[in-house]
Design a protein around this ligand. Structure first.
Ligand SMILES: Cc1cc2nc3c(=O)[nH]c(=O)nc-3n(C[C@H](O)[C@H](O)[C@H](O)COP(=O)(O)OP(=O)(O)OC[C@H]3O[C@@H](n4cnc5c(N)ncnc54)[C@H](O)[C@@H]3O)c2cc1C
Length: 469
């Protein structure tokens, strides 16, 4: 008896059932197929647009399971997919007919308080790390939706509320354990396999499977001054111009992001505004409360807000503030670009687009990155856009498959209209699958070195289900 799996070269391969059974028997975790009760949970991704059926799934429990899986895939020429948090918009983590290495059961965080470091297993979600580190008043910069996977976020760069103060997630990576295409388990750090260490700090899953991350931690909170300020969209033109100026001279501790959307039915927004077009400033001050009050005053003084709910929040709680708007299962399509400044034209084009929102769940999201992340050289890691900049992400989100065409067209249209003003770079973790061709924008002058290291560590492109180098 044989089982048919997808081959690395795109065809299919028949593997003897007995061989698969022997492989499964070696694992500490489980090898499952569609008959297993956990199959659907293990193959499901955050983005409801993606519904794929791998042939078999390894639910790994340790580094040895990862090594055995990489070896089995290589020896049998199998297409191997890697899934950690399952949040990537492009959905590379699961492929039809492939062997799926599911790391979601590896969720331990070990905090070394004395040395302010944390060892993090690859299946951890941001909330796992935030909870464990905040128990000691510590944190590593991560993203803003607590159900995102640490692994994919880190391998692409990683930014969030404390990036201005402490840099990108990769700027805080001290070392990693990587299971490479040849099945060898390598430590990657500044002193060991430093080329591999360079490559995984932005180069995604191209270089191997990371089985453990070690991060530097920083004292944060446990309370930070944070919250939302909501304005009518009609006032947004002037407000966004002022926002741009405030960001240009913001201290490292202050992060303010802007969201253009319809007001969600949140209790602090007056009911008559629910469903109306609004501009939301989301802000966080990663430092002393009194300094934060002063730093936030300028943005709080702008215009006539509908609501202002800036107040002290537990940092770990603030890290979950956006979770209700970003629940898994909805259909999502993103288009993203970096901007060195928010020109008046970009502001006007974006505001016009909001008046034609294709679905109440969709939004335009503008993050501002500056501070510590700009003090790392562009060539120090693959993440090459190290200038102070805005990241615009056109977050199209909807539920009805009948709206797929209209929603993706809206995102592409806004992206195309603003593209002429963009910086020429893009954050790899925000690229949808049909933007695979934008690797040169994602990595800029670092692309050539990434290609060299890819040839060294994965010459047969065994790790190809990713934004591929
Ligand atoms: C709602 C939402 C909010 C987000 N917010 C932010 C944010 O604030 N800041 C930010 O920086 N990013 C953010 N992101 C983007 C996020 O960083 C990426 O989606 C990231 O890929 C998610 O990681 P994951 O482990 O969940 O990915 P998965 O979907 O599990 O994996 C994606 C790919 O990463 C690779 N990969 C995953 N794990 C490993 C591993 N252990 N070893 C090797 N390769 C691996 C594989 O190629 C895999 O196909 C957000 C995404 C979403 C959906």
């Amino acid at each position: 008896m044989t089982i048919t799996l997808k081959a690395l070269n795109g065809g299919t391969i028949d593997v003897a059932q007995a061989k698969l059974a022997d492989f499964g028997a070696e694992l500490s975790g489980r090898l499952i197929d569609e008959s297993d009760r956990d199959y659907d949970e293990a193959r499901t991704l955050w983005n409801g647009m993606i519904d794929r059926h791998p042939a078999h799934i390894v639910r790994a429990l340790d580094t040895n399971d990862i090594r055995l899986t990489v070896d089995f895939a290589r020896e049998n020429d199998l297409l191997l997919a890697i899934k950690s948090g399952g949040h990537q918009i492009a959905g590379h983590a699961v492929a039809d007919g492939a062997l799926l290495l599911d790391l979601s059961q590896m969720r331990e965080v070990a905090v070394d308080v004395e040395n302010s470091t944390a060892k993090v297993q690859p299946g951890c979600l941001l909330s796992d790390v935030d909870q464990a580190t905040q128990a000691h008043g510590l944190a590593v910069p991560l993203g803003i939706n607590s159900t995102t996977g640490v692994a994919g976020l880190t391998l692409g760069g990683g930014f969030g509320w404390i990036t201005g103060k402490h840099g990108l997630t990769i700027d805080n990576l001290l070392s990693a354990e990587v299971v490479c295409a040849d099945g060898k388990v390598r430590v990657a750090s500044a002193n060991e396999n430093s080329d591999l260490f360079w490559a995984i700090r932005g180069g995604g899953g191209n270089f191997g499977v990371v089985s453990s991350f070690k991060f530097a931690l920083h004292p944060i909170g446990p309370e930070v001054l944070a919250g939302l300020i909501v304005h009518p969209l009609a006032d947004a033109r002037d407000l966004l111009r002022s926002y741009r100026d405030i960001c240009a001279s913001a201290p490292d501790e202050l992060t303010i992001w802007a969201v253009l959307r319809q007001a969600p039915p949140l209790p602090f927004i007056p009911e008559e505004w629910h469903g109306k077009d609004v501009l939301i400033f989301a802000a966080c001050y990663a430092g002393d409360m009194e300094d934060g009050k002063l730093a936030l005053q300028e943005v709080r003084d702008l215009g006539n807000p509908i609501a202002d709910v800036i107040s002290p929040h537990p940092y770990a709680g603030w890290q979950q503030a956006f979770d209700p708007l970003l629940t898994p299962g909805a259909r999502n399509y993103w288009k993203s670009n970096d901007f060195l400044t928010l020109s008046d034209d970009v502001i006007d084009i974006s505001l016009a687009a909001i008046e034609n929102l294709p679905d109440p769940q969709s939004e335009v999201f503008i993050a501002h990155l500056g501070g510590a992340m700009t003090r790392v050289a562009p060539a120090a890691t693959p993440f090459s856009q190290r200038k102070r900049h805005f990241v615009m992400n056109v977050h199209t989100r909807w539920s009805d498959p009948a709206k797929d065409k209209a929603c993706t067209a809206w995102a592409r249209d806004l992206f195309n209209q603003t593209a002429a003003h963009a910086a020429g770079s893009v954050y790899v973790n925000f690229l949808p699958s049909d933007d695979n061709g934008r690797m040169d924008e994602a990595y800029g002058p670092n692309m050539e070195k990434l290609r060299q290291y890819k040839a060294k560590y994965d010459p047969k492109n065994q790790f190809r289900l990713n934004h591929n180098i």
